[in-house]
Ligand binder design. Structure first.
Ligand code: ADP
Ligand code: MG
Length: 508
C-alpha cells in the first residue's frame, strides 16, 4: 500500500456530513518529514551544551529541547514518591515487630542519588551486608588437612573448629538468642558449643512438652484429643453404640452417658456411663494420700509417672466396685476399663440419671428407710469388703428404684490405710449430719455410728471429739505397727478383684 487516499473520499456519515479531508499525502512523504525534523533536532542539541544558551530562557529555543531533562526530573519525582510510598508500606508491614523485613530492594532511587532524603528518614538496612551474619569459616580440603610440613592445619585445628562452631550457632532455633558474637572473630570450643547445643535442644523439647501438656489435658467440659480417640475406638469396636452427652463434670472426672453395644459377644448394659478421669494433674495432687498409702497400689505408685497415676484411680474404682458388687452392695457394674476411662452400668432410666440423695424429696418413712439402708451399706462396706468409702456423702449416694446406690469409689481405701479410720469418721459425720438434718430421729451420732460400723467400742465419754480422734489415731498407729511386723497384708486382696476386662496398655 503506497497511497493513503482512502480517507480523502468524502463519505456519507450517519452523524452528518464530514468536512473535506486534508489533501492526501504519501507514506514516504510522512516518513521523510519526520526524518527531517529528527535531523533538525540533532543539529540543535550541541547548542544545549553551550553554557551561554539557556534553553528555558531562550525564546528561540523550542520547548521540546528540554523534554529529556523534564522527563528525567519527572521520573525522579515519580521514583521518589514511589519510594515514599514503599517506605510507608514497609513501616506498616513491620509495625512494632522486632524482626523487620526490608523493602530496600524495591526502591527506585538509591539513597546516594536521592539528595532530598534526610538521614533520619532512611530507615532501611542493607541486607547484603549483615554484620550479624557469621562469615563462612574456611573449609578444610577433602583430604582433611591443608598446608604442608610444619604449617599443616588439620580439620581438628582449634581455631578453625572454634570459628566453625561460632558459625554453626546460626543454625540454632530462631528463639535462641545467640547475641552479636557472630560479628566478632569468636572461637567456641567444642565443649562450650556442645553444651549450648544441648541446652537449645532441651529447651525446645521442654517447650514442645508444654504444648503437649495442653493438648493432653482433659479440659473443663470437654475431653482432650487422646481421650476422644479412645472413646471413638470404643464406639468403633462396638462396645458402645453411641455416646450421648455429658452427665456431670466434676473436679476429677467427666461422666458421659452412652448406649451399650456388646463386648466379646457379651451384651453390654443398654445404658452405660463413661467416667473419664481428668488428666490434669493439679486436682489429683492433694488426693495422692488416698492411693500412695494404699498397700494395693503402693509399689506401683512410686514407679509411675503422674499421668499414669491417674489411670490407677480408674483402676482403683474398678477394683472397689467389683468388691462391692460381690458383697451385694447396690453399685454400678463395671463393663470395661481402658486407661483413664471406666465404663460402667448406668444408674437411672432412659437417659435420666438417678437423683443424688441430696436432691431427692422423700417422705419421712422413705427417708428413715434410706437411713437404715445407708447404715447397712456402711457396715457391709467395712466388714465384708474391707473398704472405707472416704468420700461418702449425700452427693455420692443415688436413690434408684427405692434403693440407695453407692458410687464414686475411686478414693476408697482399706481400713488399714494409715488414715483409713479418720476417713471413716469423716464419712460418719457426713451421714449422721445429713439424716439428722432431714429429720430422721433414729440417726445416730457420729460417734455411735462409727462404733456401729466398725464394731469397735471407743468410749464416747463426754462426746469430746478431740479425745475420740486421739483414740482413732492411736488405733491407726497400732494397726500400722502391726502391719509392719506381720507383712503388709492384713486384709488379703482377693484375686477376683480383677474381674472385668482390663485393656492392656498399647502406647506409652
Ligand atoms: P466425681 O468424682 O466427679 O464426683 P462421680 O463418680 O461422683 O464423679 O460422678 C459424678 C456424677 O455423675 C454423679 O454425681 C452422678 O450424678 C453421675 N454418675 C456417676 N456414675 C454414674 C452412674 N453409674 N450412673 C448414673 N449416674 C452416674
Ligand atoms: Mg462424686
Amino acid at each position: 500500500m503506497d497511497q493513503l487516499g482512502v480517507a480523502a473520499q468524502t463519505q456519507k456519515s450517519p452523524w452528518g456530513s464530514v468536512g473535506p479531508a486534508a489533501p492526501a499525502c504519501s507514506l514516504t512523504e510522512v516518513m521523510s518529514e519526520q526524518l527531517a525534523r529528527q535531523l533538525d533536532e540533532e543539529n540543535a542539541f550541541p547548542a544545549l551544551s553551550d553554557p551561554a544558551v539557556d534553553p528555558l530562557r531562550s525564546e528561540e529555543a523550542p520547548d521540546t529541547t528540554s523534554d529529556l531533562m523534564l522527563a528525567q526530573m519527572l521520573q525522579m519525582q515519580f521514583d521518589r514518591e514511589f519510594d515514599d510510598q514503599l517506605r510507608r508500606e514497609e513501616k506498616k508491614f513491620n509495625g512494632d515487630s522486632k524482626v523487620s523485613i526490608s523493602f530496600e530492594n524495591y526502591r527506585m532511587v538509591h539513597p546516594y542519588e536521592d539528595s532530598n532524603s534526610s538521614e533520619d528518614e532512611v530507615d532501611w538496612q542493607d541486607t547484603r551486608l549483615d554484620p550479624y551474619r557469621a562469615d563462612k569459616p574456611q573449609t578444610t580440603p577433602r583430604r582433611g588437612f591443608s598446608g604442608k610440613g610444619k604449617n599443616i592445619t588439620t580439620k581438628h585445628d582449634e581455631d578453625t573448629c572454634g570459628r566453625k562452631n561460632t558459625a554453626r550457632m546460626d543454625n540454632f532455633a530462631p528463639e535462641v538468642h545467640v547475641g552479636d558474637g557472630l560479628g566478632m572473630d569468636l572461637k567456641l570450643s567444642n565443649q562450650v558449643f556442645n553444651s549450648l547445643k544441648q541446652h537449645c535442644y532441651s529447651e525446645q523439647r521442654r517447650s514442645a512438652r508444654l504444648h503437649e501438656k495442653k493438648e493432653h489435658s482433659t479440659a473443663e467440659q470437654a475431653v482432650d484429643p487422646r481421650t476422644r480417640l479412645l472413646m471413638y475406638k470404643m464406639v468403633n469396636a462396638g462396645v458402645l453404640e453411641n455416646i450421648n452427652g455429658c452427665i456431670s463434670t466434676g473436679k476429677e472426672s467427666v461422666v458421659f452417658h452412652a448406649d451399650g453395644g456388646s463386648l466379646e459377644e457379651q451384651p453390654v448394659p443398654e445404658e452405660v456411663v463413661l467416667k473419664v478421669f481428668k488428666t490434669t494433674l493439679n486436682e489429683f495432687k492433694n488426693r495422692d494420700r488416698y492411693i500412695k498409702d494404699d498397700y494395693r497400689f503402693k509399689d506401683r505408685f512410686s514407679k509411675l509417672n503422674p499421668r499414669k497415676v491417674i489411670r490407677l484411680w480408674a483402676e482403683k474404682e474398678m477394683h472397689n466396685l467389683s468388691r462391692m458388687k460381690k458383697a451385694g452392695i447396690p453399685c454400678p457394674d463395671v463393663v470395661l476399663l481402658k486407661k483413664h476411662i471406666l465404663v460402667m452400668s448406668f444408674i437411672g432410666k432412659e437417659h435420666v440419671p438417678a437423683p443424688k440423695l441430696k436432691d431427692v424429696t422423700l417422705g419421712s418413712e422413705e427417708m428413715k428407710e434410706a437411713y437404715q439402708q445407708v447404715l447397712q451399706l456402711m457396715q457391709q462396706l467395712y466388714q465384708d469388703c474391707s473398704l472405707v468409702h472416704a468420700d461418702l456423702s449425700e452427693y455420692n449416694m443415688l436413690w434408684h428404684q427405692g434403693k440407695v446406690w453407692l458410687i464414686d469409689v475411686s478414693q476408697s481405701v482399706e481400713p488399714t490405710h494409715p488414715h483409713g479410720l479418720e476417713f471413716l469418721f469423716r464419712d460418719c459425720r457426713n451421714v449422721s449430719t445429713f439424716f439428722q438434718k432431714r429429720g430422721v430421729s433414729e440417726a445416730m451420732s457420729v460417734y455411735d455410728l462409727f462404733n456401729t460400723v466398725t464394731g469397735l467400742n471407743i468410749p464416747v465419754g463426754a462426746e469430746d471429739e478431740a479425745l475420740f480422734m486421739a483414740e482413732i489415731e492411736a488405733l491407726e498407729k497400732r494397726n500400722e505397727d502391726h502391719i509392719q511386723k506381720r507383712g503388709k497384708k492384713t486384709f488379703p486382696m482377693t484375686s477376683e478383684d480383677g474381674g472385668p476386662p482390663l485393656e492392656p496398655d498399647s502406647d506409652d
